[in-house]
Design a protein around this ligand. Structure first.
Ligand code: ATP
Ligand code: MG
Ligand code: MG
Ligand code: MG
Length: 477
């Protein structure tokens, strides 16, 4: 007898065969039906059991959450709701799950409750669907780049430079934290540390990816990134995965084209390959929306929203145009934003970003040519001397999903910037070498993978789209 996954059995290709399947009990009812799921699909296989034929002690163990091995004949189902079912001949219990203490019962649990059970929540329909979508999306990421001639570069997790300035860093050290060796000046003596200097977890692989783009041409990195963000938002994690392509000879326009094409590809791939999970998540959202006041409900169902993004051109707007729009806008009854933008040069807050996307343009927006003083040192200065070739992509319900730029390729301009910002140029000697030897126009972007998963699943909190979320005061698992 062959062992199959639930997904294979439901495909109906094995009708009338003797089959074996392993899985966890979702529900059982009328002493006759066991719904079994093994994680391969959102749907369960119905197992029809003549309970009289089985030992009482064995039957007692068949509770929600128990792991079973079931053997029998795959037949057409008489009942509604499923095409096939198993007429069970044998059951073996891998492991029971005492209903008195097993937390994941067949009822609706709150997302907050499930966050405390992060090791078990993947056994719920919602989390198994999210994690299958996440896996599919990550495959699509690699597929897109590999198909398009990019090389995957593994940039380091531990870095010796903290010049990027993208976020607060986590120190990596083998020194005794309570009693570190000190220099004569009373500062921590990193010479005694494992690497002989101060080291941190990476906040972005960009600078290293740039070095590889200047040799391999088209590269991407896709790995974990760490920021000691001391804020508890629904969009920030302390450990998240970032996708960072970098392309030699691409300017900002080509960079925007790449980002838009990439996002559309991975969303489309997910629409094609995660139909059932997306339908499930959409129904879940529709039920959730019904509990909200009308004004807060989302206008578009999940799948329609994904199709909309994959089929429509993103609106490209310069920072200066956006500021003009925001100054003239009346976002709500009170007719103003919480944070009023009164001068050119101010950084946009998420209320402004979301207004532009959700109310004004009603589509994803690419904002470009930001004021130099609110962006990182490595971005290409425009001829106006005030703005840089930066772009952010803003998404409905999310805000910023991508941050990217054309990089400053001119050594003299870069050096001036580094001096003005008081960055230690010795730390960046290797980065500056790229401008000394065979420099060229190049550009890239960073996309937070979890923000993409948030968008694709319609979930509202970033803690619910990564297996084990890392946030302030939370590293239980
Ligand atoms: P934000 O303004 O949301 O804090 P950022 O401008 O600090 O983001 P970048 O340095 O531009 O972020 O990083 C590139 C992308 O990485 C962002 O567009 C976002 O998608 C993602 N990202 C940044 N910080 C986080 C985080 N703490 N958790 C999850 N994703 C993040
Ligand atoms: Mg940030
Ligand atoms: Mg930002
Ligand atoms: Mg950014």
């Amino acid at each position: 007898m062959n062992t199959f996954s639930v997904k294979e059995l439901l495909s109906t290709n094995h009708l009338h065969q003797e089959v074996v399947v392993n899985g966890w009990v979702k529900t059982y009812r009328s002493n006759r039906f066991i719904a079994l799921n093994d994680g391969s699909t959102i749907n369960n296989i119905q197992c029809v059991v003549n309970f009289e034929d089985f030992d009482e002690n064995l039957l007692k163990q068949i509770n929600t959450g128990a792991a079973l091995k079931v053997s029998g004949t795959l037949v057409e189902s008489q009942g509604r709701g499923q095409k096939v079912e198993i007429q069970v001949k044998e059951i073996a219990v891998h492991g029971g799950a005492d209903p008195e203490v097993y937390p994941i019962q067949p009822k609706k649990h709150s997302l907050e409750f499930l966050r405390e059970k992060a090791h078990l929540r993947v056994r719920t329909n919602t989390f198994s669907a999210i994690m299958r979508v996440r896996s599919t999306l990550s495959f699509a990421v690699h597929q897109y780049f590999q198909k398009n001639g990019f090389f995957y570069v593994h940039t380091p997790i531990v870095t010796g430079s903290d010049a990027e300035g993208a976020g607060e860093m986590f120190r990596v050290s083998t020194l005794d934290a309570k009693n570190p060796p000190l220099t004569q000046e009373g500062e921590i003596d990193y010479k005694e540390d494992f690497f002989g200097k101060e080291t941190n977890l990476t906040v972005s692989g960009q600078l290293e990816a740039e070095t590889y783009a200047m040799g391999l041409g088209k590269v991407y990195t896709f790995g974990p990134t760490f920021r000691a963000e001391n804020s508890n938002t629904s969009r920030h994690l302390a450990e998240f995965w970032m996708i960072e392509p970098e392309v030699a000879f691409n300017d900002l326009d080509a960079n925007m084209d790449l980002a838009e094409d990439f996002i559309k590809y991975v969303i489309n791939y997910t629409l094609e390959n995660c139909k059932e999970d997306l339908e499930f998540l959409e129904q879940r959202l529709i039920a959730e929306e019904k509990t909200k006041p009308q004004a807060e409900r989302s206008a578009m169902p999940l799948i329609e929203k994904l199709k909309f993004v994959s089929e429509n051109t993103f609106k490209r707007v310069s920072y200066t145009e956006a500021i003009d729009i925001l100054r003239k806008s009346k976002p709500n009854k009170k007719k103003q934003f919480k944070y009023i933008i009164d001068e050119w040069g101010a950084d946009l807050q998420s209320e402004h970003e979301r207004y532009l996307v959700e109310k004004h343009f009603k589509c994803p927006v690419i904002l470009f040519d930001y004021p130099a003083k609110i962006k990182a040192f490595y971005m290409r200065l425009n001829e106006d001397g005030k703005t840089v070739r930066a772009m952010d992509i803003l998404f409905p319900g999310i805000g910023e999903i991508v941050g990217g730029s054309q990089r400053e390729e001119r050594l003299d301009v870069l050096m001036e910037k580094i001096k003005a910002l008081d960055i230690d140029e010795k730390e960046l000697w290797w980065y500056l070498d790229l401008r000394k030897f065979g420099t060229a126009v190049h550009s890239g972007f960073g996309l937070g993978f979890e923000r993409l998963v948030l968008f694709a699943t319609g979930m509202g909190n970033i803690r619910d789209v990564i297996p084990f979320p890392r946030t302030p005061q939370n590293a239980e698992f």
